[in-house]
Ligand binder design. Structure first.
Ligand SMILES: [Zn+2]
Length: 304
C-alpha cells in the first residue's frame, strides 16, 4: 500500500473516532430545558421547551414572524402551546401573541392585567377570551410552572408589588426558569428600579435575557454584579431606531464576564440546559450547533 494511502486512511480513522467521541459527549445526557430567544426583530419572543413536551412562550414579538420561528421548532402535529406569558402590553411584545392565539391552542396565559390603553392590547385580550385560555394572575400565584423544570414569577408578586412608575415597562413580568442547577433569568423590559426591588431575591444566575433590548435604563452595574450571568442574550432588531443595545450596557455585561449573544447579529439564540452545563447555539440552522457551541457552566466536565 502506498504511504499516502496509509496516511489518508489513518487520518480518516482518527477523524471518525474524534467525531464519535464528540457526539457521545454532547448527546449522552438528556437535556432538561431548552430556551429559544426567537429572531423576531425589535421586540421579545422566547420559547421555552420544558423537557416534557410542554412549551411556554413568553411574549410574541412585534408581528407574525413568531409563527415562522415556531414552525421550524415545533413539530407540525403539535398545535398546542400549553403556556403563554405576556410580560407587559407594549406592542413589540404583545402583537405576535395575537397571531399565535389564532394558529395554536393556548391553554394558560400568565399576565398582570395592568391597565394600558392600546388597540393591540385590547385585541390580544379579546383573542385570549375567544380562545378560552385559563388566565393566571402573578399577584395570586407566583409559582407558575412546576415540574422537573420550574418557572417562577419573581416580579410582580403579592410579596413584591409593582414599583411606582408611569412606565408600563416597570410592570414587566420577571421570570426565573430553573432545573435545579441552571437558572435562566428573563427580565422582559424591566428597568433598574425593578432590578433593585428583586436584587435581594436573587442569587447567581447562569443565563440572563437582558432587560429591554439592552437599553441603558436596564442592566445596572450593581444588579449585574449580583446576578453574574455566564451568558447574556439581547433580543433586538437590526438597525433599530432606538439604537439598542446601548454601548454602556454591552460594557457592563462584558465587565462581569458575560458571554454575549444578540439576535440582530446571531439570529435565533438557543440555550440548552444539561445537568452539568448549558450549550448555546446561534442561528436556526442545525449545522451551526457544534461550531457555535459555548460552554457556559463553570462545572462542565466531559471526558475526551
Ligand atoms: Zn416595553
Amino acid at each position: 500500500m502506498k504511504k499516502w494511502v496509509i496516511t489518508l486512511l489513518m487520518g480518516i480513522v482518527i477523524a471518525v473516532v474524534i467525531a464519535i467521541r464528540l457526539g457521545g459527549c454532547a448527546n449522552d445526557v438528556p437535556w432538561t430545558y431548552r430556551l429559544h430567544v426567537l429572531d423576531v426583530g425589535q421586540g421579545d419572543s422566547i420559547l421555552v421547551e420544558l423537557g416534557d413536551d410542554r412549551q411556554l412562550l413568553i411574549d410574541g414579538g412585534p408581528d407574525a414572524t413568531v409563527l415562522s420561528e415556531l414552525g421550524t421548532i415545533l413539530p407540525p402535529w403539535d398545535r398546542t402551546i400549553e403556556y403563554v406569558a405576556l410580560t407587559h402590553p407594549h406592542a413589540d411584545h404583545a402583537m405576535g401573541l395575537i397571531h399565535v392565539l389564532d394558529r395554536y391552542n393556548v391553554e394558560t396565559v400568565l399576565m398582570t392585567g395592568v391597565p394600558y390603553a392600546s388597540p393591540v392590547y385590547d385585541a390580544l385580550k379579546n383573542a385570549i377570551e375567544r380562545e378560552g385560555s385559563v388566565v393566571m394572575d402573578p399577584m395570586i400565584t407566583s409559582s407558575f410552572i412546576n415540574g422537573a423544570t420550574t418557572v417562577d414569577v419573581l416580579y410582580p408578586t403579592r410579596d413584591m408589588p409593582p414599583v411606582a412608575s408611569d412606565n408600563v415597562n416597570e410592570t414587566s413580568l420577571v421570570l426565573l426558569v430553573s432545573d435545579g442547577t441552571n437558572k435562566s433569568l428573563l427580565m422582559g423590559d424591566a428597568g433598574v428600579e425593578v432590578e433593585q426591588a428583586i436584587d435581594a431575591a436573587l442569587t447567581d444566575v447562569d443565563l440572563l435575557k437582558v432587560g429591554h433590548q439592552g437599553s441603558r435604563t436596564s442592566s445596572g452595574r450593581s444588579f449585574l454584579a449580583h446576578v453574574r450571568p455566564e451568558a447574556a442574550i439581547i433580543s433586538v432588531g437590526e438597525d433599530n431606531e432606538y439604537h439598542h443595545p446601548h454601548p454602556t450596557v454591552l460594557k457592563r455585561l462584558s465587565d462581569v464576564g458575560a458571554r454575549m449573544y444578540r439576535t440582530d447579529q446571531d439570529g435565533r439564540v438557543t440555550a440548552t440546559s444539561f445537568p452539568q452545563r448549558i450549550d448555546v447555539k446561534i442561528g436556526a440552522d442545525g449545522w451551526t450547533e457544534r461550531l457555535a457551541r459555548a460552554i457556559v457552566s463553570s462545572n462542565y466536565s466531559c471526558d475526551l
